[in-house]
Structures are given as structure tokens and as C-alpha cells.
Design a protein around this ligand. Structure first.
Ligand code: ADP
Ligand code: ADP
Length: 242
């Protein structure tokens, strides 16, 4: 069974409010796709074609206008609060700017222990240190008392990845997660994400406008144009198309 099914998803932004004369924007129009366990599906297309909107709907950060998102067998919109919280621990997001998910006023220890604390796991200190080792920040004692602004962009992205992997994620939505990094750091982060996928069978929805990055990461590619999904298939097929 797929870990994620997006079914006939449509999103119209009515910007400006009820009495605005600004016309509504149909950001996403009738998009459907599945992601299998352990698979990376890249979502590509030019700026403004609706990629981030799909990511945000999947993460429940914005409501769809119509259509459904089924994650791990259930529609998050229909779950009660308790079940939704439990399900959401397995659904994580990594942003282009890790400050989007790393609270700048907290230490790495506070940031990485938060998922464990929310899950009621009290003996979290060794697990926080393990997470830092897993993402290559060793020795972890050197990093755990510092705050996000004390790190480079690549290190911050490692912390965001560590946080996403705290509680056995099944799907990670990665929205332009290496776009702000320079080329060598970018390669290291992609390598880390691939290794973690091999070890955990996590799936990625990999949103990117960088076709070089997509070619190295994706198993399948979904191509969007003006809110619609115009093509989907194995990476070799999409890149070798005439
Ligand atoms: P992409 O990620 O492919 O760049 P987005 O999903 O960010 O595309 O945007 C799709 C369209 O929706 C664009 O026309 C964008 O301007 C519009 N849009 C995105 N977010 C909002 C919003 N919060 N309010 C109004 N329009 C939005
Ligand atoms: P705190 O409650 O410690 O201030 P944050 O402000 O860092 O935590 O995060 C607020 C909420 O957003 C948390 O409940 C967390 O589960 C959720 N959250 C933050 N970043 C992510 C992410 N990348 N993926 C999924 N959920 C996230």
C-alpha cells in the first residue's frame, strides 16, 4: 500500500479576503499521485506552479479546497485530535531555511528533545546525542548546548534532519531543502538523506526546481505546470524524454 495518496487535490487562494477584487488564484488543480514506502518522488516545475502548496496541504498547514490526502491509510482531516497527533509524528517536513523549523531561541538539546518530550519519552538525553551522531555532528556534546544561529547553513540543515528522524518518520516532505546551500555542502546533505532512507525506508516528497539534484535523488518524478500535474514517471523516463 502507498504511504501517501494525494487524490484530486485542488487549492484556490482567495487572497485579499471576502470583499477583495483580486481574482482568486488556482494554485493546484486536480492533482493525484501516490508515494510508496522507501520511495523518493520529486515534485518539479517552475516557480509558482503549486509545488509548495501541495507540500503544505500534505502537512496540514493549509486546507485543500477539494480533494484528499491519505497518509498511512488515513485521511488526516477526518482523524480525531489524538489520532492526528500520533499520525503526524510520522509525517515530517524539512524547509529550505532551517530557521523555519528550528526555534532560534532554543538550544539543540531543547530542539531535538521536543519530539521525545511530546511523545512522553522521559529518558531522551541519550537519544538526542544519538541523533546528532547519526547526522554526523560528532562528538555530540560539542553541539548540544548551542543554538541554531551558531551553526552554518549545512549544520542547521543537519539539525533539522535529525529532528525529522527523531521518531521513525514514514514520510518527509523536503521543500527546496538544499537550495540555499553551496554545492559541496548540498552534496553532503543529499548523501546523508539517501543513507537515512536506506537505513529507515523513509519516503521523501522532494520538492525542487533543481533538475541536477532531482536526478540524483528521485526514483520517480512528477512534473507540474500551472497547478496541474502534466507528467509522472520513473526518473530515467522523465529525463530521457525526447
Ligand atoms: P511553487 O512552490 O511551485 O513555487 P506555490 O505553491 O508557492 O508554487 O504557489 C502557487 C501559486 O499560488 C502561485 O501563483 C502563488 O503566488 C500562489 N500562492 C501561494 N501561496 C499563496 C497565499 N498564501 N495566498 C495567495 N496566493 C498564494
Ligand atoms: P516548541 O513547542 O518547543 O516551541 P516549535 O516552535 O519548534 O516547538 O514547534 C511548534 C510545533 O510545530 C511543534 O508541535 C512541532 O511538532 C511542530 N513542528 C515544527 N517543525 C516541524 C517539522 N519540521 N515537521 C513537523 N512538525 C514540526
Amino acid at each position: 500500500a502507498p504511504i501517501l495518496s494525494v487524490e484530486s487535490l485542488t487549492k484556490t487562494y482567495r487572497s485579499g479576503g471576502l470583499f477583495s477584487t483580486t481574482p482568486p488564484v488556482q494554485a493546484v488543480a486536480g492533482v493525484s499521485f501516490d508515494i510508496a514506502p522507501g520511495e523518493t518522488l520529486a515534485l518539479v516545475g517552475e516557480s509558482g506552479c503549486g509545488k509548495s502548496t501541495i507540500g503544505r496541504v500534505i502537512m496540514n498547514l493549509t486546507d485543500p479546497t477539494s480533494g484528499h490526502v491519505v497518509f498511512d491509510g488515513s485521511d488526516l482531516a477526518t482523524l480525531d485530535a489524538k489520532a492526528a497527533l500520533e499520525t503526524k509524528t510520522h509525517l515530517q517536513m524539512i524547509f529550505q531555511d532551517p530557521f523555519g523549523s528550528l526555534n532560534p531561541r532554543k538550544t539543540v538539546r531543547q530542539i531535538l528533545s521536543q519530539p521525545f518530550r511530546v511523545a512522553g519519552i522521559s529518558n531522551w538525553e541519550p537519544r538526542v546525542l544519538d541523533l546528532l551522531r547519526v547526522v554526523g555532528m560528532t562528538p555530540p556534546e560539542r553541539f548540544v548546548n548551542r543554538m541554531p544561529h551558531e551553526f552554518s547553513g549545512g549544520q542547521r540543515q543537519r539539525i533539522a534532519i535529525a529532528r525529522a528522524f527523531a521518531l521513525q518518520p514514514k514520510l518527509i516532505v523536503a521543500d527546496e531543502c538544499v537550495s540555499a546551500l553551496d554545492v559541496s555542502v548540498r552534496a553532503q546533505i543529499l548523501k546523508l538523506m539517501k543513507r537515512l532512507q536506506q537505513e529507515t525506508q523513509v519516503s521523501y516528497l522532494f520538492i525542487s526546481h533543481d533538475l541536477g539534484v532531482v536526478r540524483s535523488m528521485a526514483h520517480r518524478v512528477a512534473v507540474m505546470y500551472l497547478g496541474r500535474l502534466v507528467e509522472i514517471g520513473p526518473v530515467e523516463q522523465i529525463f530521457n524524454a525526447p
